[in-house]
Design a protein. Sequence first.
Length: 558
Amino acid sequence: MEQRTLIAVVLSILVLVVFQYFFVPEQQPVPQNEAADAVNSSPEAPGPKTQKPQAGQPEAGAEGAAKGSLQQAAPIAEALPPAASKGRTIVVDTSLYRAEFTENGGAVKSFVLKKYKKDLKDDSPGINLVNVSPPLLPLGLKIGASTTLDLRNYPFSSKAPETVELKSPGQETELVFTADLGNGALLKKTFTIRNDSYYIHMTLALENAAASSYSIFLYNRPFKEDNRYIFAGPSYYSGSLNEVKLDKTGEGQEFSGNVDWLSYGDNYFMTALIPELTQGPWNIKFLKLADDGLTESSMSHAIAPDRKSPLIADMGLYFGPKEIERLKGVGHNLEKAINFGWFDPIAKPLLYLLNFLYKYLHNYGVAIIVLTILIKLAFWPLAQKSAKSMKTMQKLQPKLQKLKEKYGDDKERLNKELMQLYRTYKVNPMSGCLPMIIQIPVFFALYKVLLMAIELRHAPFALWINDLSAPDRLMIPGVEIPMLGGIPVLTLLMGLSMWLQQKMSPTSMDPTQAKMMQLLPVVFTFMFINFPSGLVLYWLVNNVLSIVQQYYVNKFTD
C-alpha cells in the first residue's frame, strides 16, 4: 500500500507538470492590425464590418451602426449627425496610470500602468490594458428601443482640457462626455477619477428621451503572449466565479441573472465593469472575434419606463493589477477574480501570509524561504512520523519478502501473517503515506500561488535572479547557450537536492520500482527549467529542509 500510494503521489505531480508544459496550447499572438483586418474581412467572423457612411448617418461600429430612434418625450431627429472623424483625445495622468479617453464614442483608447512594465529594461513601456483599435474600444455603448442606436463610434464632446494631471493624494476630477442625439435628446457619460486608485466611477444619463435598455462593451486581447499555464479571457461573478473559455473564432456564450461584475483578465491584470445595481436581470454576452484572442464582452440592462431621473446607469470600472488587497477594497466580490482553482481556500491564506512576510522582509525571495520553513515546521511531526515509518518498513523488507515466498499462494494466511508482523514491530504501513497525502493540497496551493501571484512579477531576489516570476538564467558574457540563453543554476541545484534527498530516503520498493524513481530528479529538473524562479526556489528550499530532516531520522532513529 505504501509503494502504491507513493507512486500515485509522484505520478499525480508528474501529470500536473507534464500536462501544463506540453498539452496546454500556447496562444500565438497575431499582430493587432492583422487581427483587425481579419475581423473586418473574414466572412466567417461575426465581428465588425466597415461600411461607408451615408449622408446623415453615423459611421458603422463593431457590428455596423444602426440608425436608430429612441422612444422619446421629444422625438430624436430621423437623421443623426455623422461620427466625428477626428474627435479629441483627452489624457488623464495620475500617479498610477496614464489614460487616454476619446470623444469618438466617449471610450477609453489607452490605459497604461506606470508601476508595471512590459519587461525589466530601463526604457520598457508600461503595460497597456487597452490593446485594441477603434471602434473596438472599451466602454462603448448601445442604446436600445424599437431599434438599436450604436454609439461605439458616435461623436461625443467634452469641455475638459486635452491633458488633466492628478498629482495630490486623493485628488479627483470629472470627465463629462456629451452626445447630441437630436431634438434636445442628450446622453452624458461622466467619469470620476481619483489619483491614487485604479477604480473609476462612471454614470450614464439620458435627458429628454426614453429608452428600453443599454449595453456597454469591453474589448481585449490577452495582455501577455504566453498564457499556457493560466486562464486568460473573460469572466463574471454571479454567486460564483465563471471563467468563459472560447476556443474558436465566432464562438459565444450568454448569461442572464444577477451579476456582481464582468471582466477580462489573466493572472496579473484585469479590466472590469462593476454595476452598483447587481440585481438583474443583467444580460451578458461573450463573443470571440479573432484567433489571437480578441474578445467582445457586453452587459445589458433594462431601463425603467417610468424613470424619474435622467440617470440610467451607475457603474464602477477597474483597470489595474490583480492585487488581492486592492480588489478587496473595491468590494462587490472583485477579489474573487483571483482564482487558484480547487485549492483556493488554502492558497488565499498562503498569499496573505506571503504578503505579510514581505512587509517586514522587503524581499519576496526571502519571504518565500521563510514561508517554506514555516510550512515545513507545521508538517514536521507528520513528516517525522512518515520518515520513521518508511525506515522501519525498510528494515522489515527481508521478513516481508520471506512471508510472501512462504505464503504467496495463500492470500488469507499471508495477510494474517503480515498483520501479526506489523503488530509485533508496532508499525502501520499506512502511517508513512497518510502524512504525505495530507501535505499534497498545501503543496499544490502554494504551487498555484507562486505561479500566479502578481506580487512576484518582476520582483527581484538576489544575484542574477531579478524576476521571481521568470525562469532563472545566469548569463555569462560571451557564452550563448542554445534554447536556454543562460544557465538555470537554481533549477540545477533543485535537481541535485532532489537526487540527494532520494539517496538518503529509505525505500521498501523492489529494485525495478527503485530504478524508475531514480529518474525523477532528471525529469523534474527538465520540467522546472522554464518554471518561475520563485516556484523553483520554494522547491529547492523544501528539498534542503527535507534532507536535514532525513539526516536527523537516519542518525538518531533506531
